[in-house]
Design a protein around this ligand. Structure first.
Ligand SMILES: *[C@@H]1O[C@H](CO)[C@@H](O)[C@H](O)[C@H]1NC(C)=O
Length: 283
């Protein structure tokens, strides 16, 4: 055989072996989910997660707007700076497009920035309802349990044993999180508590956030409006990159996911007894 033929024979042999390995049912072969499969998980996370962090950008204050900044007693030097804060979120709309529903309180800094023209990003992370039965550190069984770097980081002391800090019961870096980037817009009829849309939104939002019934649209304390985050871009980090998709999910895929699909999907830790990092256990 000519060297070129040998090389191509070797190549085709190995390509076949690699293809066979990729479809092998063995646990050791990690298949990275597609962006669409990740979108399904993301839509489930959105439906099950009541909190997120909304980031906006402080407006450039033109002289004519100085009164607005003064009214908020905003320090100087914030123009163009990012600002993120926890907000209540829910997934209440009928259209099934995966646009989060938010109850905007007009006096909130997030929503003031939006009124001044800011786009938004909403960061959401998956929090497992159950801790894993087997942790990444379970490979250390029999050894003296070392303090995790996180417990050092969280506790201000390292010498006094009486001030113990409980570390996170799971590896958050191993779990999915994402950022939805877009803009906020009012929901037509959303503030009319007597109408179909408004009454349905209020019912749905209060189901997730019972305390929010005190600041629904039309309350006597704060001006409030139901708005939607119109999702334009999605950045997804599904966990560790050797087993999870990390990257941009096309918005068409995010919107295409059906309720049926995300209801059938399961996330790590939804059931008791899950193993956090099963590959490591085999090491
Ligand atoms: C918001 O995002 C859009 C792109 O979707 C962009 O055209 C617009 O300039 C952004 N607004 C601000 C205030 O940056």
């Amino acid at each position: 055989m000519k060297p070129a033929t040998i090389a191509s024979t070797l190549l085709s042999c190995c390509a076949v072996a690699a293809a066979a390995a990729a479809v092998s049912p063995s646990d050791h072969e990690l298949r990275i989910p597609t962006s669409y499969e990740s979108a399904v998980l993301g839509r489930r996370i959105l439906a099950l997660t009541p909190l997120g962090t909304i980031s906006t950008v402080f407006p450039q204050d033109k002289p004519s707007r100085n009164d607005v900044a003064a009214e908020a007693r905003r320090p100087a030097g914030l123009d163009g700076m990012p600002y993120g804060l926890m907000e209540y979120i829910s997934d209440c709309e009928d259209d099934e497009l995966g646009n989060p529903t938010i109850l905007a309180i007009t006096i909130g800094t997030t929503f003031k920035n939006v009124v001044a023209g800011s786009n938004v990003s909403l960061a959401v992370q998956w929090t497992p309802p159950h801790p894993p039965a087997k942790r990444i550190e379970s490979t250390q069984t029999g050894r003296r349990r070392r303090r995790s770097w996180l417990s050092y980081f969280l506790s201000l002391e390292t010498n006094e044993g009486h001030h113990d800090v409980t570390p996170l019961p799971y590896s958050a870096a191993n779990l999915p999180r994402f950022s939805l980037i877009g803009h906020l817009e009012p929901i037509k009829g959303g503030d009319d508590r007597q109408g179909d849309v408004g009454s349905r939104l209020a019912r749905c939002f209060v189901k997730t956030h019972p305390d929010a019934r005190y600041w629904l649209p039309g309350n006597h304390i704060h001006e409030a409006h139901f708005v939607r985050l119109v999702v334009e871009q999605i950045y997804w980090v599904g966990g560790f990159g050797d087993r999870a998709f990390i990257g941009w999910i096309p918005v068409e895929e995010w919107q295409k996911v059906t309720r049926d699909e995300w209801q059938k999907a399961r996330l790590p830790g939804e059931k008791k007894g899950w193993k956090e990092w099963s590959v490591w256990e085999d090491l």
